[in-house]
Design a protein around this ligand. Structure first.
Ligand code: PEP
Ligand code: MG
Length: 575
């Protein structure tokens, strides 16, 4: 029987494939005393051999797709062949009559503890992590439990998981992973945002998908509606195939607008920009007709590496993006680590409320050296194209002034060293904390531009965690309270002759776009895949009508639903 599960539609598209469960398995075991030590040692040796065989196979496959990064598996094989470690475990079985699981756990705990105590030695820290990984693999063989292994996927699948971290998502191979569905998460969690740039259909926040789906079950994922069909009938499959074809031809239709400028029906130009996470995303941005990069999330540079990226590495990445955009503006956001984006090697403390904690500009101003390195790399790259820099999570004017002062100091140092730096770099801020939105008139006197980060601005204004599906009903971009804040920010920028953009997901939301146009938003920055449909929508709108619509939305509407109704009526009149 077909079962339907609903969740939050996170990334458009339709996929039909078998489920691949990416779930941490239960590796718990009992501590036991054994009598037949030889049989236990043999059980242990077989588990080791199986683990090595598995690692060799993964390594061979990873070498094709990952290149040098595949070496991590060599390190794992070495751990399993280490006579000191194996000897310690076998002795514990032989002499202390411990079962293999207990002997393995205790010996590996000892080695991990030893390596981790060498705090200043990143090499030893990595060895400790290797042992942890390898232990999991051997335990899975001892217990007969299957470990999920996304790197070994070699057929089309739909990933089913409790949650996916941004780094899990970055590792998904688009060739085989046709969609993903998770129990938790919201539309603006970073794995959802990444799914949109990878153009993989995704549904998050289903609550229960991992309980309902078994490995290999056939699924249909409808990323537009947010529905998953488990064990679909033939008729469902053909209905969804039709829908997929309609979606593909709609995309083809939009594709015709790729080289067009974005203009409204009455000829007003607005800028449609793309959000990117790495230079690799440039292809998608340009392939979808981006007129600028409105948000380059540089934290992925830090997350993709085992240690802090050097000034040179950063310079090369920024240069690649600026050159790739061939003279079109690029807004680079300084590192926004924290929240759902972790950086293991920075060892940030565990926090009760990571989204309200030590993140973004707060880390940059505190860890001054990291910030200066990033700014130097940016300043050096500024000669390769029109660069705009913005600081994330600014709450107070003091924070902006402090950050700007560091920028000026580094600029002066570099010019003093004879390094060429552009003299027209704009420096702005993200407006994503209500305190900054409310004080936008003051900020506007000092910054060059605003970029409104609605993903965070909405969660902080509504006090509703953007990652928590249980409060996702409060993620209300059209709530008049949010609209009033946005309007005030845009008006404040314009009063001081500055521009205002938006790089939160709301900028590509088809219900919000007409209102934002009416409010005079200058730049809309979004997931690349939303650009062409937004260009198409804008070409049907008239600015005067939308001004009237926006005015009504903020002055007359009381609820988000009323705003949606107002926009729908207005669009029906227009189109
Ligand atoms: C935002 O908060 O709207 C934003 C664009 O930043 P991020 O999603 O990376 O927090
Ligand atoms: Mg943000």
């Amino acid at each position: 029987m077909t079962e339907r599960v609903s969740g939050i539609a996170a990334s458009d598209g339709i996929a039909v494939a078998k489920a691949y469960l990416l779930i941490e398995p239960d590796l718990s075991f009992k501590k036991e005393t054994i009598s037949d030590t030889n049989a236990e040692k043999e059980r242990f040796t077989t588990a080791i051999e199986k683990a090595i065989g598995e690692l060799q196979a993964i390594r061979a496959k990873a070498a094709e797709s990952l290149g040098e990064e595949a070496q991590v598996f060599d390190a794992h094989i070495m751990v399993l062949s280490d006579p000191e470690m194996i000897g310690t475990i076998e002795n514990a079985i032989e002499n202390d009559k411990k079962n293999a699981e207990t002997a393995l756990q205790e010996a590996t705990d000892m080695f991990i503890g030893m390596f981790e105590s060498m705090e200043d030695n990143p090499y030893m820290q990595e060895r400790a992590a290797d042992i942890r990984d390898v232990r999991k693999r051997v335990l899975s063989h001892l217990l007969g439990v299957k470990l999920p292994d996304p790197a070994s996927i070699d057929e089309e699948v739909i990933i089913v998981a409790k949650d996916l971290t941004p780094s899990d998502t970055a590792q998904l191979n688009k060739q085989y992973v046709k969609a993903f569905v998770t129990d938790i998460g919201g539309r603006t969690s970073h794995s959802a945002i990444m799914a949109r740039s990878l153009e993989i259909p995704a549904i998050v926040g289903t609550n229960s998908i991992t309980e309902k789906v078994a490995e290999g079950d056939l699924l249909i994922v409808d990323g537009m509606e947010g529905t998953v069909l488990i064990h679909p009938e033939e008729t469902d499959i053909s209905a969804y195939e039709k829908k997929a074809q309609a979606f593909a031809s709609q995309k083809e239709e939009w594709q015709r607008l790729i080289n067009e400028k974005t203009v409204t029906k009455d000829g007003v130009h607005v800028e449609l920009a793309a959000n990117i996470g790495t230079p690799k995303d440039l292809e998608g941005a340009l392939g979808n007709g981006a007129e600028a990069i409105g948000l380059y999330r540089t934290e992925f540079l830090y997350m993709d590496s085992a240690e802090l990226p050097t000034e040179e590495e950063q310079y090369n990445a920024y240069k690649e993006v600026l050159e790739g955009m061939e003279g079109k503006p690029v807004v680079v956001r300084t590192m926004d680590i924290g929240g759902d984006k972790e950086l293991p090697y920075l060892e940030l403390p565990e926090e009760m409320n990571p989204f309200l904690g030590y993140r973004a500009i707060r880390v940059s101003l505190d860890k001054d050296e990291i910030f200066r390195t990033q700014l130097r790399a940016l300043l050096r790259a500024s000669v390769h194209g029109p660069l705009r820099i913005m600081f994330p999570m600014i709450a107070t004017l003091q924070e902006f002034r402090e950050a700007k002062a560091v920028f000026e100091e580094e600029k002066e140092k570099l010019t003093g060293e004879g390094v060429k730096v552009a003299d027209d770099i704009q420096v702005g801020i993200m407006i994503e904390i209500p305190a900054a939105a409310v004080l936008a008139d003051q900020f506007a006197k000092e910054v060059d531009f605003f970029s409104i980060g609605t993903n965070d601005l909405i969660q902080y204004t509504m006090a509703a965690d953007r990652m928590n599906e249980r409060v996702s009903y409060l993620y209300q971009p059209y709530n008049p309270s949010i609209l009033r804040l946005i309007k005030f920010v845009i008006d404040s920028a314009h009063k001081e002759g500055k521009w205002a953009g938006m790089c939160g997901e709301m900028a590509g939301d088809q219900t919000a776009v007409p209102i934002l146009l009416g409010m005079g938003l200058d730049e809309f920055s979004m997931s690349a895949t939303s650009i062409l449909k937004t260009r198409s929508l804008l070409s049907e709108l008239t600015t005067d009508d939308m001004k009237e619509l926006a005015e009504k939305a903020v002055t007359e509407c009381q609820t988000a639903e009323e705003v949606v109704g107002l926009v729908e009526r207005s669009l029906n009149k227009t189109t």
